[in-house]
Write a protein that binds this ligand. Structure first.
Ligand code: NAG
Ligand code: NAG
Ligand code: NAG
Ligand code: NAG
Ligand code: NAG
Ligand code: NAG
Length: 314
């Protein structure tokens, strides 16, 4: 299911030039102006595609803490170090290539990577059981950031990018879940929970607002959303055509509903800048023309020290 470092490198290099924003005439002045050259801080939320290993993290799952060890002091956060090339692939991941922050204390990087993504994370433990009991789902990553990080790590609006890449485990974990009668309705429920963590103002039911629990209300104003890649083309799915077909349908639905919530979020929040990256199309484009990108094997994987030519790592 996981990507090799080589493919993540590719994704990171393409990212800066492929992000699309959605400027809104008339409201533009309220939005932080996105200028990559000015970005000094990247705050990240998500799953294994985004997580980096920290010296105070759960081994192979996080930069800092886990669900049983949820709090940390400012000092612990500021002295926590990114371990070099220790991600869910054999190499560094896309956020590390994007920021150039590969190891050590994030505060010492030119572009600081503050990564709260947790490997195996779903959106919300009240909707899908945790993949691992120690996992921190996305909504709790945001709460963790608000409680223990927001006042410690700088995030001036014009210099901060926040990334959201989630749904890979949600679609994978729920693919064969027979108790979900209507997946479109289920994805709607998931998005409601997701965007409540990003910003409650995107939610129609104003009475349910919990403003103190949203990232945007704590100053994160430039949001990059990535959609779910075609996991049905990964080695774990290829052996089971029935499951792969189901997964494809679910991922397409998830991405469609995500896109509509991103638009709603943007419209409801004239003071935020929204960027999107269509990871799904990028993966398909590379998987359709692998040789062009240096990949010789897109159907198998090699969990080995040097998976040269392999698109997938596991
Ligand atoms: C919890 O994490 C902190 C640092 O993040 C560490 O100092 C402490 O030893 C951990 N406690 C347990 C019980 O793992
Ligand atoms: C990554 O770090 C974890 C925790 O420190 C360690 O258990 C693991 O062996 C490391 N993996 C690699 C590939 O270096
Ligand atoms: C982390 O992953 C590495 C590589 O897959 C493995 O060798 C190591 O035992 C894992 N560490 C822990 C603590 O599970
Ligand atoms: C979800 O996360 C786990 C890590 O806990 C990973 O091993 C697994 O492959 C992921 N599942 C999917 C469908 O990507
Ligand atoms: C299936 O989905 C339902 C609805 O969200 C959830 O309550 C249940 O725990 C899931 N079952 C499994 C095995 O993941
Ligand atoms: C891809 O790798 C898998 C696993 O090593 C192997 O079984 C398969 O034959 C390879 N395919 C190609 C086209 O090399």
């Amino acid at each position: 299911m996981k990507l090799s470092g080589a493919s993540l490198t590719f994704a990171a290099l393409s990212l800066a030039s492929s992000i699309s924003g959605s400027p809104q005439p008339g409201t533009q002045s309220l939005r932080p102006k996105f200028d990559w050259n000015r970005i000094k801080y990247v705050h990240a939320f998500g799953d294994s595609y985004s997580f980096v290993q920290g010296t105070r993290g759960h081994a192979n799952y996080s930069f800092i803490g886990d669900s049983f060890n949820y709090s940390f002091t400012p000092q612990q956060l500021l002295t926590n170090e990114i371990i070099f090339k220790n991600t869910s692939s054999e190499g560094a991941n896309w956020l590390e290539f994007l920021t150039g922050c590969f190891e050590g204390r994030p505060s010492q990087c030119r572009r600081q990577l503050w990564d709260f993504a947790f490997a195996g994370a779903d959106i919300d433990a009240s909707l899908l059981p945790r993949h691992e009991d120690f996992a921190i789902p996305l909504v709790d990553q945001v709460n963790q950031w608000i409680q223990f990080a927001a006042s410690v790590i700088p995030h001036p609006p014009d210099e901060t990018l926040t990334t959201w890449w989630i749904g890979i485990n949600d679609t994978g974990d729920s693919a064969l879940n027979a108790t979900i009668p209507d997946f479109n309705a289920f994805w709607e429920t998931e998005m409601t929970s997701f965007f409540k963590a990003v910003d409650p103002r995107s939610i129609s039911d104003l009475l349910c607002l919990t403003p103190q629990q949203a990232a945007t209300n704590h100053g994160l104003r430039t949001h990059l959303f990535l959609n779910v890649p075609p996991e049905e083309r990964s080695p774990a799915s290829l052996g089971d055509p029935t499951k792969a077909a189901l997964l494809k349908t679910h991922i397409d639905e998830f991405n469609t509903i995500l896109a509509s919530h991103v638009v709603d979020f943007q419209n409801a929040n004239p003071d935020t800048t929204v960027l999107t990256f269509d990871a799904h199309s990028w993966f398909n484009a590379v998987l359709d023309n692998p040789l062009e990108f240096g990949f010789t094997n897109t159907t198998g994987f090699c969990t080995c020290a040097d998976p040269e030519g392999f698109f997938w790592f596991s």
